[in-house]
Design a binder for this molecule. Structure first.
Ligand code: ARG
Length: 305
């Protein structure tokens, strides 16, 4: 690690407390049955054996880095269920563990809710639903991350504004909304990745102007990605301590990451890019704590630029 690191980036290498326990869905039924994002083409199907071996490498990598990984069985009628990140937002506080189930924007993915409820319940999370079957606000958990003591939530392509109020009240936290406008970055996790307490990968081009300014204001030492860099899926990464598990990493981005004391580990999940998701989408963090990673605030609050 270069000696200059800490001088150039105050807070460099400060690791996240969460990100050591994940749920993943085994891709036994992964295919492209419908088109709900710009990456999906029914004529471009994933190779099942290659997808499985890429997924196994990802799971083994997370395990080797010291993360606990719980495997969920995939339902045959739910091809996108492999994008585990979108099943729900699991948060634990002094009053117990809860999961805000996603209320998927697209009807095609709503079959994932029942198996998600069953799995999270068995895992000890009390499920809560802000909407179901098209009634109530849409929310997809790939739009939500803890950062800086708040919950940062993308709205627009998938999550609806009314979901912010619901999350703030339900969990009694501050929700900072960001308006996503890029059709290729339909979830926050394609444009924003917390790396440490003070740093994150951020692609301002994913957001409208005010939200682009807002997200840069939230992160003391951002690694700013160009649109072209973000569209490689490099921000769709998982962070285990000092290691950033990424599907690909442009050289410039790698240099920025390493200069902050982090290490890049590449895992090729190209088959899953055909469904429009990558490393982050394939995982769901189960160890986010209110009181440690997100500050409790009586009644909650919403900030939306
Ligand atoms: N085909 C899935 C969809 O469009 C991809 C989900 C990607 N997941 C993510 N967390 N960004 O919903």
């Amino acid at each position: 690690m270069p000696v200059m690191t800490t001088t150039a980036h105050p807070g460099a290498g400060t690791t996240l407390a969460w990100g050591r326990h994940y749920a993943v869905v085994r891709p036994d039924h992964f295919r492209i049955d419908y088109v709900i994002n710009p990456y999906m083409f029914r004529a471009d199907q994933p190779d099942p054996a290659l997808a499985m071996s890429q997924w196994e490498t990802l799971v083994a990598t997370l395990g080797r880095l010291g993360a606990r990984v719980d495997v969920i069985e995939q339902r045959a009628e739910a091809p996108d269920m492999v994008y585990t990140m979108n099943l729900g937002l699991a948060l634990t506080s002094a009053s117990g563990s809860r999961v805000a189930l996603s209320h998927m924007r697209h009807q095609e993915r709503r079959v994932e809710t029942a198996p998600a409820v069953a799995w999270f319940t068995r895992a000890g999370f009390t499920p809560t639903l802000m909407g179901q079957a098209g009634v109530g606000p849409c929310f997809e958990a790939g739009d939500a991350f803890p950062f800086g003591g708040d919950l940062v939530v993308g709205v627009g392509p998938r999550t609806e504004e009314q979901a912010l109020e619901w999350l703030a009240r339900e969990f009694e936290v501050v929700v900072r909304g960001l308006r996503i406008r890029h059709p290729g970055m339909y979830h926050l996790d394609l444009a924003f990745c917390p790396l440490g307490a003070g740093t994150a990968l951020v692609c301002p081009a994913a957001f409208d102007e005010r939200s682009a300014r807002a997200v840069l204001g939230l992160v003391p030492d951002p690694i700013v990605l160009s649109e072209q860099e973000a569209l490689t899926f490099c921000a769709n990464a998982v962070v285990v301590g000092r290691t950033i598990v990424m599907p690909v990493c442009p050289d410039r981005v790698r240099h920025e990451i390493e200069s902050r004391g982090f290490v890049v580990e590449l895992v090729d999940v190209s088959e899953f890019h055909k469904g429009g998701g990558s490393v982050r989408c394939l995982t769901n963090p189960l160890d986010i704590l209110i009181g440690r990673d997100v500050a409790p605030v009586a009644g909650g609050a919403v900030l939306l630029p």
